[in-house]
Design a binder for this molecule. Structure first.
Ligand code: 5GP
Length: 183
């Protein structure tokens, strides 16, 4: 297959992503049977994952979104996380699942768990598509995980580099020269 410019290799194909989302949705549907869940999507990276996951769930659920500061156009992290757009929903006494595209250092998820945990939901869990365990700086619980991946900058299926590559149907490794050029 001819890969787009800047793409090194495919890590997870469309079929693998589909099967993984079915597995995650089945697990969540079983764990929360008889309850309503609020899915909290972290923009922008998680919007495609959340849309597919949501449509595979068999339990009643509603969705809301928040947005946190990202790394901007670079592929490194400062460890500083800020909230840019908050939820519209009051989450007190609700069963909340944070839906995140990728956990790298863990700063973002850990920040969100503290922020939302302080609002006293009935329960708070995290569903994450990708995790890079070698990069972790803070320990943060992931209750539902799609794939563990090595330390590469990945794009596609909602994940971007400088707002590019988001709509690729698979998850792929970006060639390092693409982000090293802009540093
Ligand atoms: P953390 O706070 O765990 O270091 O990073 C979480 C955020 O960093 C993710 O929500 C995502 O926006 C961004 N991120 C980390 N690694 C990657 C990656 O390999 N590709 C993309 N596109 N974003 C990443």
């Amino acid at each position: 297959m001819q890969l787009p410019d800047g793409i090194d290799q495919i890590l997870s194909s469309q079929e693998e992503i589909k099967a993984t989302i079915q597995r995650l949705a089945a697990q969540i549907s079983a764990d929360y049977e008889g309850q309503e869940v609020l899915l909290v999507g972290v923009l922008k990276g998680a919007f495609i994952f959340l849309a597919d996951l949501s449509r595979q769930l068999t339990i009643p659920h509603v969705v809301d979104f928040l947005s946190v500061s990202s790394y901007g156009a670079t592929a490194t992290t400062s460890g500083e996380v800020r909230i840019i757009m908050d939820l519209r929903t009051f989450i007190r006494d609700k069963h909340v699942i944070i839906v995140e595209d990728i956990v790298d250092t863990g700063y973002t998820l850990s920040y969100l768990q503290q922020l939302l945990g302080a609002r006293k939901p009935a329960s708070l869990r995290a569903c994450v598509l990708l995790s890079k365990p070698d990069r972790r700086r803070v320990d943060t619980p992931i209750d539902y995980l799609g794939f563990e991946i090595p330390d590469h900058w990945v794009v596609g299926y909602g994940l971007d580099y400088s707002d590019m590559y988001r709509t690729l149907p698979y998850i792929a490794v970006l060639k390092p020269e693409v982000y090293l050029e802009s540093q």
